[in-house]
Design a protein around this ligand. Structure first.
Ligand SMILES: NC(=O)c1ccc[n+]([C@@H]2O[C@H](COP(=O)([O-])OP(=O)(O)OC[C@H]3O[C@@H](n4cnc5c(N)ncnc54)[C@H](OP(=O)(O)O)[C@@H]3O)[C@@H](O)[C@H]2O)c1
Length: 237
């Protein structure tokens, strides 16, 4: 992971071997970031990184299972040791769009699994990288959420996913408030319905969904914090 220690800014993206996370890595690397591509399977992560950056200068694959405390600590230790800085954390990894389930009969083990990745995963990764973020000049945290977590539009169905994203939105508000004095901008982003393995066919292109995430990752210092956005525009909580 040898890299220039003064520039460029470093971004860490979770769940980035495919889907929206992969495209966020590609767009951030294009904008001049050194991107740490988190993947729970390191071989898949390395293959993804090589597709974006065959020279291996702008993208580094790192093993990262956000549901595993030891994996998150190892990632943070490695980034601290080898890069020494982080400007952007994109908490993108998520599971269990449980279209087959209902709250009244949901398997709570499944709900717990969703929370462990979609909520606690983002929480763990953010806590682990906070010391590095705080040191940097323009720190940004992006929670890749979903309108499925909007209380206003919730009316039954996808219980594990919806509750985990509503909780992620609450975490966004808490962190934004607590980290405002450290100049860390923390926002939740809905990428819209995107044609990925999770989104299925018919959604918008992944480039468009990822662009709204990259917008939040590259906000100016006077940009918003504690908000919920899609395509740069507010979405109701
Ligand atoms: N697609 C949509 O329409 C849509 C709409 C609204 C919100 N979103 C949100 O956008 C984000 C990305 O979704 P996507 O459509 O790109 O999903 P996806 O195609 O299913 O990709 C999910 C990614 O997350 C990774 N992941 C899952 N569990 C993980 C864990 N414990 N640790 C690390 N990585 C893990 C997966 O890794 P593996 O390859 O190892 O499984 C994969 O790289 C998610 O937060 C999702 O909720 C998507």
């Amino acid at each position: 992971m040898a890299a220039d220690r003064t520039t460029p800014p470093v971004a860490v993206v979770t769940g980035a071997n495919r889907g929206i996370g992969y495209e966020v890595v590609r767009q951030l690397a294009d904008r001049g970031h050194h991107v740490v591509l988190g993947s729970r399977d390191l071989d898949r992560g390395r293959a993804a990184a090589a597709r974006i950056d065959p020279g291996g200068e702008r993208v580094t694959a790192v093993q990262l299972d956000v549901s595993d405390e030891a994996s998150v600590s190892a990632m943070a230790d490695r980034v601290t040791r080898e890069l020494g800085r982080v400007s952007v954390v994109v908490n993108n990894a998520a599971i269990l769009y449980d279209t087959w389930a209902q709250a009244r009969s949901a398997d709570l083990g499944e709900v717990q699994r969703a929370l462990d990745t979609n909520l606690f995963g983002a929480w763990r990764v953010t806590q682990a990288l906070l010391p590095l973020l705080r040191r940097g000049p323009h720190p940004r945290v992006v929670m890749v959420s979903s309108e499925g977590g909007s209380l206003q539009s919730m009316s039954g169905g996808t219980p594990a996913y919806s509750v985990s994203k509503a909780a992620l939105n609450a975490l966004t508000r808490l962190l934004a408030g607590e980290l405002r004095r450290d100049r860390v901008l923390v926002n939740a982003i809905c990428p819209g319905w995107v044609a990925t393995d999770m989104g299925g066919r018919g959604g918008r292109p992944v480039t468009e969904g990822a662009a709204g995430v990259v917008w939040a990752a590259t906000l100016p210092d006077d940009g918003p914090t504690g908000g919920f956005f899609r395509d740069g525009k507010p979405v109701p909580w």
